[in-house]
Every structure is written in structure tokens, then in C-alpha cells.
Design a protein around this ligand. Sequence first.
Ligand SMILES: [Zn+2]
Length: 244
Amino acid sequence: MRRIVVGGVHRCEACRLPHRWCVCAARETVAVPLAIDVMMHRRERFRPSSSGLVVARVMEGVRLHVWERERQWTAGALRRPGRELWVLHPHGEAMPSAPAPESVQVVLIDGVWSEAAVIAREALGWGRVVSLPMSGESRYWLRAQQEGGRFSTAEAMIHLLRFFGFDAAGETLRRQFELHVYANLRARGLKERAEEFLRGSPAAEAFPGLLARLNERRPLAAPGPDRRVDSDVPGATLPPASSP
Ligand SMILES: [Zn+2]
């Protein structure tokens, strides 16, 4: 497997976690007839905590776009034939009743809140802006979400799947998202917080083998960049040496 280096830490190319905490062995994928596009802020791409990347890994056929200030995205560039383009946003109209998933394309805006707000200024002009009813508390313990009933991109996707009646796919994405949150907490060295998270999580029952392996004691690595405390690195980029 190719390796990427972010902030001096060698990471799995797929899940972005340090190899010690890679969760790819438990990866599951799902396919639904909805068309999903994730418009991701450029800074979000290499953050190991990114929940938009979880959506892209789990949902087959997801198109991932990178939003950059220099590039103007248009509805024409995004639209897929034969579908109505929706943009998911809290200020949108109520969800239409009983839409056919085969005729809908949904754009999810992804980034930390300030970045998502910048993208939204353009995205609200791309299509029908709809608001998804979401209740409960966010399980995205990696970022300050709880205030104001905010949810991560992956949680919005889970609610969207449920809205369309794809409950099994929603459950798959939910346990993958939960495993992602748990492993990121562990990678940050927050073991107690991670165990507290796991007590209320479907990941505990779903992935006993992987969780046991993650908990195995490992020999200490030699001091060096790999031993750095993991955290999100805003604006981190791939070094040229590790590019394909
Ligand atoms: Zn991985």
C-alpha cells in the first residue's frame, strides 16, 4: 500500500489514519440508487477526522469534488443527467414528499463550519436547496458539533439514507462512521474518551476482531516523526515524493 505523510505522520492512504490505527480491515461499502456528490473544501481532504471521506469510502458511486476559491463550480458542471439536483442545507425548504431516489442527485457540502459557509454561498444557487430533519445529538466527537444541533457530513448522509428508506445502508454507514470516530480518538491518544464513546456505539458489537487488534499492545516505535501526537492538520498537503 502506498503511504502518505501528513504533518510528519505516516498515514494509510485510504482512511488517513496513522497505520497503527488503520480501520480499513473492517471497511464495508453500500450501493443505493441515489446519486451523491460531496463538495469538499480543499483543506478537508487530508484531515484524518474528515467524515466526508467516510461517506466517499462507504457509499459506492459517490463523486468527490474539491472546492477551491480559484475554481468556480456551476450546476452545469455538477449535474448528472435525468436527475434533479438538490443541495442539502439547514436553511433549505422542507424535503419533498416521497421523491424517487433514481431521479435525485444530492450535493453535500463538506468542511469545517467556516469553510462550509463559504462553499454554501455558491452552492445555494446550484439547485433545489433542501433541509433534512435531523434530531438527537451529534456523535462526531472529533469536532465541536454539539452546540446548535450541528451534524457532520456523514451523519447528514445517514439521515438522508433513512429519509429515502435505505435503513440497512444507513446502519452500515453509521457503524463505519462510529468506527472512524473511535479510531481517531485513539489516534489522538484520548483512550478514555474513546472507550466512553464506544460504550454507546454500534461499532463495539460490529467489529470485535478489529477492536481487539487495535487494543493489542505494540512495541514502542523509535522516537521520530511517527511518534508525534496525531491531530488534524489544516492545510496539510501531500509531499511530491509520495504522489502517484
Ligand atoms: Zn486505513
